[in-house]
Write a protein that binds this ligand. Structure first.
Ligand code: XMP
Length: 326
């Protein structure tokens, strides 16, 4: 298999024809590497793991076992889309694990952001390990490592890495897109027939909505984040901002403020809107979202989302703020 250095003369995959050529080569290499053995993949539904899944389905079909862990911190509709695309449309061998209660129980009362991240990461490995132990004859572990992961971290970034598995579960790695840049992975994904909203989706942090439900996660605020995020995404799509703005999301802090509804005082959470543009996520500028659209989104969130009585728009670039709130 390929090494970890992209050859200087490797052609950039920019067209469907070049993607088809890459897919053809990879399919034959994957068949050779895997033979009649089984491969395991943690499938989040993000671009990289989805493209790896689609490539492996093409190469070895049901020898691939995809495990999709729903940790309760995914965006609205994401687990359903993974099941629909991979199980229903691509006929993949997909294990869906509903681990929502398990993650939320572990996270209950934990307010410190890095502690939350650690719990989410560790619990993910544990759930994945349990699923791996239920399966017989797995010899390979597929990962959606891409070239920037190798360049940036001299190895594999944590969110593409289930390397925290114990000794007796060390499988041989299969990393078919590890020499590709993100834009190339997207071209390949499109050529493999994955839906646009999967292939062109904005970056989403590994710990998911867990870092946007600020402080200790509660179910009511987590739902407020998920529902308000869905409204923001729907309105950005309707108004031509999807694919134009680099990253946009909502966050819900862990304090309430007073409001008024139907002549009665309310005491509820604010929703913070964030929409930023960047090249490398090291610095970012705020998207100039039309004021009328912000008003419309505010109107929708305050009427459609429970436990919310205020909407704020974050005007701060990075630096001095970061993109996420924690
Ligand atoms: P910040 O907030 O540091 O974010 O300006 C820069 C980019 O990184 C993403 N991000 C994360 N991604 N795990 C991830 O996989 C994380 O814990 C995490 N924190 C931030 C963020 O969404 C943005 O794209």
């Amino acid at each position: 298999m390929q090494g970890n250095v992209r050859p200087e003369n490797m052609e950039r995959i920019t067209t469907p024809e070049l993607a088809d050529k890459f897919i053809e080569e990879q399919v034959s290499e994957l068949r050779e590497q895997i033979g009649d053995k089984k491969v395991l993949l943690a499938l989040s539904g993000g671009v990289d793991s989805s493209v790896v899944a689609a490539l492996l389905i093409k190469a070895v079909g049901k020898q691939l076992v995809c495990v999709h862990v729903n940790h309760g911190l995914l965006r609205k509709g994401e687990p359903e889309q993974v099941i629909d695309v991979f199980r229903n449309q691509m006929d993949a061998n997909l294990v869906y694990v509903d681990a929502v209660d398990r993650f939320l129980d572990k996270l209950a009362g934990v307010a410190e952001p890095e502690k939350k991240r650690k719990i989410i990461g560790a619990e993910f490995i544990r759930v994945f390990e349990e699923e791996a132990r239920k399966l017989d004859g797995i010899e390979f572990l597929a990962q959606g490592t891409i070239y920037p992961d190798i360049l940036e971290s001299d190895g594999v970034k944590a969110h593409h890495n289930v390397g925290g598995l114990p000794e007796d579960l060390q499988f041989e790695l299969v990393e078919p897109v590890k020499l590709l840049f993100k834009d190339e992975v997207r071209v390949v994904g499109k050529a493999l027939g994955l839906p646009d909203n999967m292939v062109f989706r904005q970056p989403f942090p590994g710990p998911g909505l867990g870092v946007r439900c600020l402080g200790a996660i509660t179910r009511d605020r987590l739902e407020a984040v998920r529902e308000s995020d869905a409204i923001l995404r729907e309105e950005f799509a309707k108004n031509g901002l999807e694919g134009k703005v680099w990253q946009y999301f909502t966050a819900v802090p862990d304090f309430k403020s007073v409001g008024v509804k139907d002549g009665k005082r309310t005491f509820a959470y604010p929703v913070i809107l964030r929409a930023v543009n960047t090249k490398d996520a090291m610095t970012a500028t705020v998207e100039n979202v039309p004021f009328e659209l912000l008003q419309h989104i505010t109107q929708r969130i305050t009427t459609e989302v429970e436990n919310v009585n205020r909407v704020l728009f974050d005007l701060t670039p990075k630096p001095c703020a970061t993109i996420e709130w924690e």
